[in-house]
Design a protein around this ligand. Structure first.
Ligand code: ZN
Length: 497
């Protein structure tokens, strides 16, 4: 009897405990007021009630009990979750939350840290999560593509799309003189943009908010033959100039076939730095230029074994090679892929992990910092090798990153470069046992001059003691090389016609 009583007592304690854990709430600041939604923690992961979140932002949750499938619908947005699975569906794409969607007390719970960045992208509101203060913010009316202007100039038409911040973008022309500007992570102020419909210049104007991107399409009355685009600052805007017909310039919108032929068979490996330029140097004296060369040589060896490729290295020994020479080697070889190998460095010595970059305006400060370091080291290369006398070094030296961003960022192979970066990332995640910093974009000089899909890989942090050791070790170097080689095979499979 006594035992039974104790058991009941323990059981009721357990129930009390369970109830008290589900009752925990996080504050949600939404349109000036504060609301509360339930959350719980599991293995340090905060799960929030998406069901209650939906009550705040609107929309409908649809439960399919048998399949444990839950779909969320609002306007044209459609999300599909599966209880117990970290994967979810958005339009026709599958995304990963890292941690599974869970069901508790009849509510759908999602891991907040990985779900919020995604929700922020698909909802018109700005949604942010502050881990420290455990606060969720939902700010209404958040746009980063604010306005459009179109005007005539002496030699043609100027279109300007105004952004809150530099974002990766692409401009392409489709049949019927449609000029399309698609902006990654763009959030359109549709009302403002659509109000710019001007019959003098255009037949039609469209503004689409789509998965993780926004697109503005203008059907011009002018024949679009000669055009170019660039990003400008103060204010940040994408400029597209369309020249009047009559010029003898090749249209730049021919969909870029990669390399000179249909095959993906010429791989250019670019070991970072070299010669007088050490790149970053670790505390133990390891030099970036040396590890970059060792990894590059291992990669070249792997690819060469596979007789279907031709490998060209921008340097195969310890020598100074300028940025222009590196690009020239790649372009003259008719490269199908350009892979620049580096090691990262940070004043904070605990910072670890690898990063794969492709060329686009930097999204965040840490990506910008990496580009700044690599670019400035190229500028030093050029200065000390004295091969750049005609250029004004002061002008470039002021702010190398800004100067490249003010230049036209070459976006012709951006999609393919990003795709290849993701393939490298995927292979690294499988084989490297150091933290993944993932795929990022930034403005690297060396990539901007190469007319083929290209990435810059920061294999690990030479400034971190553990990773400095790894960078020197044969097994790590070989793992990096093998992963990149596998990514090249994937890329060949996908893009070879
Ligand atoms: Zn470097």
């Amino acid at each position: 009897m006594l035992n039974r009583k104790i058991l009941i007592y323990i059981f009721s304690l357990f129930v009390l405990f369970a109830v008290s854990t589900t009752a925990k709430t996080i504050n949600v600041s939404v349109s000036g007021g504060t609301e509360k939604i339930n959350y719980y923690e599991k293995d340090d992961i905060v799960y929030f009630s998406f069901s209650q979140f939906v009550e705040l932002v609107g929309g409908l949750l649809d439960w399919e009990i048998i399949g444990h499938k839950i779909s969320y619908k609002k306007d044209t947005t459609n999300l599909g979750f599966l209880i117990g699975s970290s994967y979810f569906e958005y339009y026709d794409n599958i995304y990963n939350l890292t941690y599974p969607a869970e069901m508790k007390d009849g509510q759908l719970y999602l891991p907040i840290e990985t779900a919020v960045p995604f929700l922020d992208r698909i909802f018109p509101q700005k949604i942010t999560w502050n881990k420290k203060s455990k606060k969720l913010r939902i700010d209404s009316e958040y746009f980063n593509i604010n306005d459009l202007s179109i005007s005539s100039k002496a030699n043609g038409i100027l279109i300007e799309l105004f952004l809150s911040t530099a974002l990766a973008y692409d401009v392409f022309v489709t049949e019927g003189n449609w000029i399309n500007i698609s902006v990654r992570d763009g959030k359109l102020n549709r009302t403002q943009i659509l109000s710019r419909r001007d019959r003098r210049y255009m037949y039609d104007l469209k503004a689409h908010q789509i998965a993780g991107a926004a697109q503005v399409s203008i059907r011009l009355k002018t024949t679009v033959e000669n055009w170019h685009h660039k990003i400008q600052y103060d204010p940040t805007r994408i400029q597209i100039s369309i020249e009047d017909a009559g010029f003898e310039i090749e249209p730049s919108d021919t969909p870029g076939s990669i390399g000179p032929d249909d095959r993906i068979d010429v791989i250019v490996i670019d070991p970072g730095h070299g010669g007088k330029q050490y790149g970053a140097v670790g505390r133990g004296g390891t030099r970036e230029k040396d590890v970059a060369l060792s990894i590059s040589k291992r990669l070249a060896k792997l690819i060469r074994k596979d007789k279907q490729f031709k490998v060209i290295m921008t340097r195969d020994r310890n020598e100074t090679v300028t940025l222009e020479e590196r690009a020239k080697i790649a372009n003259e070889a008719g490269a199908d892929l350009f892979i620049s190998i580096h090691a990262n460095s940070n004043v904070k010595r605990h910072v670890r992990g690898w990063n794969v970059f492709y060329l686009a305006p930097a999204r965040n400060d840490s990506a910008r910092a990496v580009a700044q370091f690599e670019n400035s080291s190229f500028l030093r290369d050029q200065e000390s090798s004295g091969k750049n006398e005609n250029n004004d070094p002061d002008d470039l030296y002021n702010d190398p990153v800004l100067s490249i961003l003010n230049d036209m960022i070459m976006t012709e192979f951006q999609a393919e470069s990003q795709d290849f970066a993701k393939m490298v990332d995927k292979e690294f995640r499988r084989s490297l046992k150091i933290p993944a910093r993932g795929v990022d974009m930034a403005g690297f000089f060396v990539l901007n001059k190469v007319f083929t899909p290209s990435v810059l890989i920061e294999c690990a942090f030479i400034s971190n003691k553990t990773e400095e050791k790894l960078l020197k070790s044969k097994s790590f170097q070989q793992d990096v090389a093998k992963s990149i080689y596998k990514a090249i095979m994937r890329f060949k499979d996908k893009y070879e016609q």
